[in-house]
Design a protein around this ligand. Structure first.
Ligand code: GLP
Length: 260
């Protein structure tokens, strides 16, 4: 795994956006796996800036979002689909037919999950999967538990995860759906490359679990240790619980170290 520790959140967002731009330059028809959440806001802002500067061309790219709430229409402004439209898709040159989402309103949930898996396959797989992480170590909506699901599935959200999503629901926990559709762990781990971004001290424990050497369903993010091409980009606060030896490697501007 590669680790970059940035002095501040803005630097982490910039570093991740640059990797996306480089991916598009190297392979214009890339398939990007994309997350939602506050962490992604700064990254999308920076990608939009790079696009405006002619440094990120989405005309041939495809995107597959990680997850979506069950029960909201794609037009619902609280859906992840609407979030992506607002913060990224309508601000870059991606053809609407290249944007792919799980349908949280599908009647046949299993059929919808299978459709998404087949779609990703038919696109040739995900070239670059961008990830955030929940404070409890969830990725996508793969919550900690006794077992994790490999493939795209219907997920029950923990109270903590629902609470961290209240921002989209005017702060009202009761309005946050209890279920969602999410790519599974294997779906995520099959991406050719993974970039995970974590900012702020609430993520320090999850980041620590990524580097402690133990792979456990108690922290789904720890499974990224099994992937051969993962770049973890964090700010100082999210790096706070990493071993001193790793943290010392980052005085000044982003320091990238090879870990493992
Ligand atoms: C949600 C999403 C995750 C995301 C997480 C972190 O639960 N399903 O994919 O990584 O939020 O969100 P934030 O960046 O707002 O902390």
């Amino acid at each position: 795994m590669k680790l970059s520790i940035c002095p501040a959140a803005a630097g982490a967002a910039e570093a991740a956006a640059l990797i996306v731009a480089q991916q598009l330059a190297a392979k214009p028809e890339s398939v990007l796996g994309l997350p939602t959440g506050r962490t992604s806001l700064g990254i999308y802002e920076e990608i939009v800036r790079l696009h405006a500067a002619g440094r990120a061309d989405f005309s041939r790219a495809h995107t597959c979002n990680l997850d979506e709430f069950i029960g909201l229409t794609s037009r619902d402004r609280r859906s992840y689909c609407a979030f992506m439209e607002k913060h990224l898709f309508r601000r870059v040159n991606i053809p609407p037919s290249h944007v792919h989402f799980l349908n949280g309103q599908a009647e046949d949930v299993d059929g919808e999950c299978l459709r998404y898996e087949r779609l990703i396959d038919s696109l040739g797989g995900i070239d670059l999967q961008l990830l955030g992480v929940g404070a409890n170590g969830h990725i996508g909506f793969n919550e900690p538990g006794r077992a994790l699901r490999a493939r795209t599935h219907r997920a029950t959200l923990t109270r903590g995860t629902r609470r961290s999503n209240t921002g989209l629901f005017s702060g009202r926990l009761r309005a946050v759906p209890r279920e969602a559709l999410s790519m599974g762990m294997a779906t995520i781990l099959e991406a050719s490359a993974i970039v995970l971004v974590a900012m702020g001290r609430t993520k320090a424990k999850a980041v620590q679990s990524l580097f402690t050497g133990r792979v456990s369903t108690a922290s789904p993010v720890s499974f990224l240790q099994l992937h051969p091409d993962v770049h973890v980009i964090v700010d100082r606060a999210a790096a706070a619980k990493l071993p001193q030896s790793l943290r010392e490697l980052s005085p000044g501007p982003p320091a990238t170290v090879e870990v493992l």
